[in-house]
Structures are given as structure tokens and as C-alpha cells.
Design a protein around this ligand. Structure first.
Ligand SMILES: [Zn+2]
Length: 132
């Protein structure tokens, strides 16, 4: 078993799931193995943020909303993700509410967002989100 997945997923026994068995399946294999639903996509995008994988974040951003470039907060230390809610809002749309915590310059930041996802041609993409 390798390093714990940044997304913090636990198995049925409450043990951390390895990155290789969790988000890496999507982050490292975007072309062949897309995330099966919005929650998996959300978790894998969080892991990609932690790993500063801009290519994956761009690839999973809905084309009309995708930023041209992506900047990472270099000093940010990600502390964890908690998925609060996950629901389908239509045949090809879903929402995920989550809290992500990180620390930057000694300051703890809590990012609470409800994100919207859409499915296009069988793949899920991040659309946008509302922060609380
Ligand atoms: Zn994961």
C-alpha cells in the first residue's frame, strides 16, 4: 500500500485508501479512465490541486468555464477534504458540496463550496461553484 490519497477517502474499516487505488485512477489516466461520477471527479480534482496537477484540472474543467492558466498558491498546505453532499440535479448534472481546508502563511483557510458538474459525451466536468 502506497501513500494515502490526498482526498482522504477511507475504506470500510476506516483506513486511508492509497492514492494508487483512489484518485490516481483518474488523475493519472484521464484519457482512458474518466471519473465515473461527480463525487469521484470532485475528489480527484482536490487531489490534483494538492499534487499541483494543472493539466488534470484543466482537462476536467468544462470548456466554456476553463481558465486559460492556473495558479497554485505555492505556500498552501492542504489539510483535508470533506464531502458534505452529493446529489444528481438532472440526467447529466450533479452538485457536490464540500469543505476543503488549507493553511497558508500560518493562517487556516476553510473553503466551503457547492460545485456544479455536467456530463458531456459520457465524461463529467467541473462547471462552477458557489462559495458559502
Ligand atoms: Zn482520492
Amino acid at each position: 500500500m502506497g501513500d494515502a490519497c490526498p482526498c482522504g477517502r477511507l475504506d470500510k474499516k476506516g483506513r486511508a485508501v492509497a492514492y494508487a487505488d483512489c484518485c490516481a485512477r483518474y488523475v493519472e489516466h484521464f484519457e482512458t479512465s474518466p471519473a465515473p461520477d461527480a463525487e469521484h471527479l470532485m475528489r480527484s480534482r482536490y487531489s490534483a490541486f494538492v499534487l499541483e496537477n494543472a493539466a488534470y484540472l484543466q482537462a476536467t474543467w468544462q470548456a466554456g468555464q476553463r481558465p486559460e492558466t492556473l495558479d497554485f498558491e505555492p505556500a498552501a498546505r492542504w489539510l483535508g477534504l470533506s464531502v458534505k453532499d452529493f446529489r444528481a440535479t438532472g440526467e447529466d448534472s450533479a452538485e457536490v458540496e464540500f469543505v476543503a481546508r488549507y493553511r497558508v502563511a500560518g493562517r487556516a483557510v476553510r473553503l466551503h463550496e457547492r460545485s456544479r458538474f455536467v456530463r458531456e459525451n459520457g465524461r463529467w466536468y467541473y462547471l462552477d461553484g458557489d462559495q458559502f
